[in-house]
Write a protein that binds this ligand. Sequence first.
Ligand SMILES: [Zn+2]
Length: 614
Amino acid sequence: MKKRIPEEIVNEIISRNDIVEVISEYLPLQPGGANHRALCPFHNEKTPSFMVSREKQIYKCFGCGAAGNVAGFIMEKENLDFVEALKKLAERVHMQIPEDDMSQEAKEMLQEQHTLMDLHREAASFYFQNLKKPGSPGAAYLAKRGWSIHTIKGFGLGYAPDQWDALTRHLVKKGHPENQLIKAGLAIKREKSGVYDRFRNRVMFPIFDIRGNVVAFGGRILSSDDTPKYLNSPETPTFNKRHLLYGLNIARTQLINKTLILVEGYTDVISLHEQGFKNSAATLGTSLTPDHAKLVEKMAEKVILCFDGDDAGIRAAQRSIQIFRQTQLEVRILTLPKGTDPDQYIQDEGKEAFQNLLEKTPTAVDYQISLIRRKHSLATVEGKLHFARETADILKQIKSLVEREAYAGRIAEEIGVSKASFMQELQQNGRGFVQKQPYQSSKRRKEFMPVIEAMIPLEVDPLLKSEQQFLKWMLDHSDELDRLTDKVSDEYFHDPAHKIIFSIILENAKEIEENQKKVDLFAGFEKELANIEKTEEHNLPNDEIIYRFTHFVRKYRLQQQLKHLEKQLQHIEELVDMNPKEKEDEMLKMGMEIRRINIELQQLSLQKGVKTNG
Ligand SMILES: [Zn+2]
């Protein structure tokens, strides 16, 4: 809950920050008569129409209409909310903000945060000094990276010496007690006594909060036999990576067309900034959370998600799309070629190539449709069936009716059915499907299709239930999930939320096992999780549960396909004035398809026999 700042304190902060002095720190003001004038910082112009009145302590642009007091200026220019802007102005005049109804405990916590931030600032300058030392391995690494001095300084990069307690000795000598270093995550307690540095022989990336305070560190190894490659500070009173985006302290004042580029790692952000894409930030290698999405929504109108081109990248993109669904942001997806990340790509291909990709980013919906299109060939009935059903699931989640209808029209055209029937399917539950009549002339086809297209929607409850039961098993057996390799993938899940929950459980099995932070891990899926947790579980051996789930899903899908095809066949049979040759062909084709499915079902039921004997 955001603390309220007392009125009189607000007024005092504003009165102690003279608007002309504050704005002059951002742009050159020309004194002229009663007011100062300048080119407007909020819109492009050639003649200055931006006025600042010292007397009234306000600013106003007669071009774009931007206006306000000194706090308003900071909010607009720095992309901060009111409380953050006030805090920045208070700091500028060295004022502490006493928050009137703050409990003793809250005051102590705030005090502790200030102490830990001071400690981080000192640690950052210690690492920076070490980077500058002649022969520093950190400098050698950064030289190879090709980042300019300006960028290195802008991100405050440093080097942690290859010693057990270099930082500890430095900070203790400065009067910081060891337990504070441990609380800040900078040092680790030794078994016997004393502490040692968490970061050693690493290039250091200070992690900043939204206002530019150092609140944690990331360290990249330099010697190949050390692990992990990237090490972040643990969670501390100043740092929770689920609430922070790396580089946002810079990006928030550099948004181009209110657009933020979101990547995964800090080297991605730095390489993009180096090439001029200063409106980029990273999730620090953790999966995106609703808090991240809210943070972005506060300052941007559009977000471009830039993930690696591999399967993990695609999964991360789908999960992020789901989370951004809760916001008003326009979401676009930038997919990189397989096996590369933004850092590597922009180094290899250069700024223009990246700019081109940026300009061609599809919307989140187009992106998801393209993934579905990749999975199913539209040359077969079955392919169309799956394509339509899965795209319907995506379109169903679009809030704007106009946007949904526009997409429905495009999809209907692509699979050769009328828009009306596809919209009907969307309204039903997005899980039914219609079949195209291949051999009728367009006029004739129009006549018959509505009849044919009114298919029975898929009843999904048994499917949904089996998915919930299986996810429940996974949650309760997070130490057994290796058994799923090559047996179960997110393809087995029909429900989009279940698909993502499946990936979350797999990616965070360890945390789940230690029962850590479930609330955070499944943020945005509370409803689904509650349904899963209340499902009763089978009391069967683990392999049997896995086998039954995969068997059930495959059988279920085949049966659904069969049902659709049989219905199709029946309708075609009933058609009286269809061209006999074509009718025969179509029925033959469907007959073949039905036969193929029946064989597969038989094999499945045969398999079952084998399993139990095992
Ligand atoms: Zn203006």
